[in-house]
Structures are given as structure tokens and as C-alpha cells.
Write a protein that binds this ligand. Structure first.
Ligand code: ADP
Ligand code: GLC
Length: 481
């Protein structure tokens, strides 16, 4: 039996701001329990819903030296679908209304605390992982601390680490002097071949230097991040470590995302009856959101963090033009104010066509996947993307830009060969995007049988974890030997 610990800053069903939570919550369940004991550790944010806090049990607590202070480290645990989750409790660090804030220094401090605490917790819970699988910059210091102070201890010696990049854009950077004080790491670690990066200290970089293996969440992104454009300043390091870097595409949990059983959908449907049943969800959603009620309208959905990453500047550029078409657009998301306001504006201007829902809602997200004809995701970069996988499974045809995981998971429609599961465009250009949307409109309105076959093929794709979980298992086997 091999023991694996997932270290992540969010995970379903406890707390979610994006795809990382879906992965950290669903992948562990899909790793073969006969050979692997996978557990998850994350912060106990005070903003976790009470019903989920009620499922946690207190385990123990101790005090840990951190940033010139002695800090409380509480440990709680909970079990979900046979997977054990541990939570690190300290209300000073993990308080607030949201898991992440805008104060970068505080974020760096908070997750440095988390990284050190999660290592210190292991002997207390008597769980010695063979591999600590770290996710994103928030856990970048884990491989560093492990090398620096924990390896002298028999308990920790030989523990391997994996660093998975879900998003290279976020790295956890602050000036060297301050980070040195916060982390207690010596000068030795703050050189350009270690944590220092363009004069700053960089937590993700530390993880990438010290991890035994590096993965990211699609093959294409694994290649892209070795280039200047996508490499966010770390492409040199990623090229140097390319022998240890691999792409493993994400899956989704088809128990949670299944149109035949989804409790959020007023009308359930499957790959056989979607032609008749799916449109009923569209009707309901049009009613609920105050859009014109018309079964035949081409309804496009967006469920997303509203950030530059997701290509919203392209959308804002052609929004007026797009709204001249015979379409409806339903948006659910929060993020940068300029995009929130842009969608609010168009909701006001074209009230029977555009519905802007600027908040977070699990229920509405499922209704959008279940009701819309198409799903728009014109990302500037996209490490993997889970929304398009959800859309495919709900028979909602993705319209995407060919980047990262979008390129690897959506096969462009080819009308001559009658293949493909979605529509795509190559260059980051608003009119290329609009052309792709209009091509989709034409097929939807003029060649409905073809459209339905695209849906058939999309619903038949398998992006469950089955294949990718095996790849992680192989990697753990290879690391541990
Ligand atoms: P990212 O992790 O970059 O945000 P992904 O496509 O990997 O992008 O995952 C996004 C996840 O977050 C999906 O499960 C999507 O449905 C969900 N999501 C994003 N915004 C919202 C929102 N406002 N309300 C509900 N779910 C959302
Ligand atoms: C990140 C990426 C997204 C990916 C998710 C889960 O948030 O932006 O593309 O799907 O992590 O790996």
C-alpha cells in the first residue's frame, strides 16, 4: 500500500473557487484504493459552510514556531466517499469571507504557514505519506521545507514530492527579505537557481525546483509553459526540468455532473433522449432569468471566473455585434469589475437576450450546462478547463479557443467528415471568435441534424478520471519504486 497526501488550498465538497477544488476533491476518490491510501489536507477556512464544518471532527492541536511567533495549529478530519480529509485550523490565517484575498503579502504569509503546518501535522496524525502531491503555488514551500528542515528527521526522510501546476499565472511572489523572515529559510535558498526569481522570492518556483516530479493538467499546456508567452517567467526552469514534467489531463466526476441524475435540473436527460428533454430546461431557464421564451433560440452559456485569462476582452469587443444575432447569452461568474460591469451593461441594453448573473451558484451553473445549446470559453490560456468537459457531458456544444486543455479536449467540427465535438478558433482575435460562434449558429439553425450529431459525439466522450487516475498511479509507483 502506498500512502499519498494531497496538499491543496481548496477542495470540493468543502470549499471551491475554481477547477482546482474539483480536482483536489474528485481525483483522490478515483485512485485505486487497493494499492493507494490517498488523503487530502487543506486549510479550515472560517468561510466553509456550516453543514460541512459539522462533518469535521477535532483531532488534536499543537503550537508551531512561525514568523517569530508560536502559532496555534489545530487539526480536524472528515471522511467523504471513503477519502480522509484533514484540515488545518488557525482562525487568524484562515478567517475572512473568502479563501483568498487581494493582499499578496498576507496570502504569501498564510500559505507559508499552511505549508509548514501541514508537514508538522504528519507525525501527530501518524500518517507518513510516501508522496506529498502539492497543488499550485500555495503549497510550493512544501518540497522546500521538506528538504530544508524535515529531512533530518527519520519520519520525513525519503518522502517524495510532486508539484502540479494548475495555473502558472499565480506564483506567490514577494521581496526576498520579507519572505526570508516569514519562512525562516536561510540565505542559501534565495538564489536564482532556487527561490529567487527576477529579484523576488517565488514560492511556486521553490516547489518546481525541489519537487521530485512536476505535472500540469494537459499535454498542450505542458508544452506551452516552456515558451516565453505562456511561461510566466518560469519557462527557462520548466525547460531545464522538462524531463520531469508531464501533462496529465483532468477529468471530472460524472457522479456530480450527470444530466440524467442532476438534482439541480428540472428535467433530467441522457444521450438517448436529449433531443426532446434538454429543451425543457432551456424553457425553464428562460423563464427563471426573464429572457424571451423561445425553444428555438440559440442559447449560449458562460460559467467562469471573470478574468483576463478567460478571454473576456474578446467578448466585450464584439458584444454589440454578437447581440445583433438571433441568440441568447447567459452568464454566471464573478471576478474583475470591468467584466462584471460589461455583462451588467449588456443585460440592461439587451434585456431579453442577455442575462448577467454576477455571483457564485452551484445550482445555476448546473442549470446553464443543462439548458444551453452552446458553451463559450475563448480563453487566452487554459491549463485544462473543466467547464468545457461539463458542457460536453451535458450536450452543450463548446466553442473554444485552441489553447491548453481546450485544444486537447474539444475536437473541432469538420462538416466534410462529420466529426468533432465543438467549434474552435486559433488566434486570440475577437472576430475569429465571432466567426466561430456564427459558424455554430449556422449549423444550429440550418443543419439541426448535424448539430445533434455533434451533441451525440460530445456526450459520448469520456473525460471521467479513469484514464488520468491511472497515469497518476504510474507516476507514484515510479517515484516510490
Ligand atoms: P478555473 O479553475 O480556471 O476557474 P475550470 O474550468 O477548470 O476553470 O473550473 C471552473 C469551475 O468553477 C467549474 O466547475 C465551473 O462550473 C465553476 N465555476 C466558475 N464560476 C462559477 C460560478 N460563478 N458559480 C458556480 N460555479 C462556477
Ligand atoms: C486552474 C486552471 C484550469 C484548470 C484548473 C484545474 O484553475 O485555470 O484550466 O482546469 O486549474 O486543474
Amino acid at each position: 500500500m502506498k500512502h499519498i497526501l494531497f496538499a491543496a488550498s481548496e477542495g470540493v465538497p468543502f470549499i471551491k473557487t475554481g477547477g482546482l477544488a474539483d480536482v483536489a476533491g474528485s481525483l483522490p476518490k478515483c485512485i485505486d484504493k487497493e494499492f493507494f491510501d490517498v488523503r487530502v489536507i487543506m486549510p479550515k477556512y472560517t468561510c466553509i459552510k456550516q453543514e460541512m464544518k459539522d462533518r469535521m471532527n477535532y483531532v488534536s492541536h499543537f503550537y508551531m514556531d512561525f514568523h517569530f511567533k508560536s502559532e496555534y495549529v489545530g487539526i480536524l478530519e472528515a471522511e467523504v466517499d471513503g477519502v480522509k480529509f484533514y484540515f488545518i485550523d488557525n482562525e487568524e490565517y484562515f478567517g475572512g469571507m473568502k479563501p483568498y484575498g487581494d493582499d499578496t503579502l498576507w496570502e504569501v504569509t498564510k500559505f507559508a504557514f499552511f505549508s509548514k503546518a501541514l508537514l508538522s501535522v504528519l507525525p501527530v496524525i501518524e500518517f507518513r505519506p510516501d508522496v506529498i502531491h502539492c497543488h499550485d503555488w500555495q503549497t510550493g514551500l512544501v518540497p522546500v521545507y521538506l528538504k530544508e528542515r524535515f529531512q533530518d528527521n527519520d519520519f520525513f526522510r525519503g518522502i517524495k514530492t510532486v508539484m502540479t501546476i494548475h495555473n502558472l499565472k499565480f506564483q506567490g511572489k514577494w521581496d526576498v527579505k520579507t519572505v526570508k523572515e516569514i519562512t525562516g529559510l536561510s540565505d542559501y535558498f534565495f538564489t536564482p537557481d532556487k527561490l529567487e526569481c527576477y529579484k523576488d522570492a517565488n514560492l511556486l518556483k521553490g516547489g518546481l525546483v525541489y519537487a521530485d516530479a512536476i505535472t500540469t493538467v494537459s499535454d498542450t499546456y505542458a508544452e506551452e509553459i516552456k515558451t516565453d508567452f505562456y511561461g510566466e517567467g518560469l519557462n527557462g526552469l520548466l525547460c531545464a526540468r522538462s524531463g520531469d514534467l508531464r501533462g496529465i489531463v483532468n477529468g471530472i466526476d460524472y457522479d456530480d455532473f450527470n444530466p440524467a441524475t442532476d438534482p439541480h435540473l428540472p428535467f433530467k436527460y441522457d444521450a438517448v433522449n436529449f433531443r426532446k428533454e434538454k429543451v425543457k430546461n432551456k424553457r425553464e431557464l428562460q423563464k427563471e432569468l426573464g429572457l424571451e421564451q423561445d425553444d428555438k433560440k440559440f442559447m449560449i452559456g458562460i460559467v467562469s471566473r471573470l478574468t483576463d485569462q478567460k478571454g473576456f476582452d474578446l467578448i466585450s469587443y464584439v458584444m454589440d455585434e454578437l447581440c445583433q444575432d438571433n441568440i441568447q447569452l447567459v452568464v454566471l461568474g464573478t471576478g474583475q469589475e470591468q467584466y462584471e460591469n460589461m455583462f451588467r451593461h449588456f443585460d440592461w441594453k439587451y434585456s431579453d437576450k442577455v442575462s448577467a448573473n454576477i455571483y457564485y451558484s452551484e445550482a445555476l451553473s448546473h442549470k446553464i450546462y443543462g439548458a444551453c445549446d452552446a458553451f463559450l470559453m475563448p480563453s487566452l490560456f487554459e491549463p485544462c478547463g473543466l467547464s468545457q468537459l461539463m458542457a460536453l457531458h451535458y450536450g452543450t456544444v463548446p466553442i473554444v479557443r485552441e489553447t491548453g486543455g481546450l485544444k486537447d479536449t474539444v475536437e473541432p467540427y469538420n462538416e466534410y467528415e462529420s466529426t468533432g465535438t465543438g467549434f474552435s478558433f486559433t488566434n486570440y482575435n475577437a472576430h475569429e471568435m465571432l466567426d466561430a460562434i456564427r459558424y455554430a449558429e449556422r449549423i444550429y439553425y440550418d443543419k439541426k441534424r448535424e448539430w445533434n450529431k455533434i451533441v451525440d459525439r460530445g456526450m459520448a466522450t469520456d473525460f471521467s478520471w479513469s484514464v488520468s487516475a491511472k497515469k497518476y498511479q504510474e507516476m507514484y509507483d515510479w517515484l516510490v519504486g
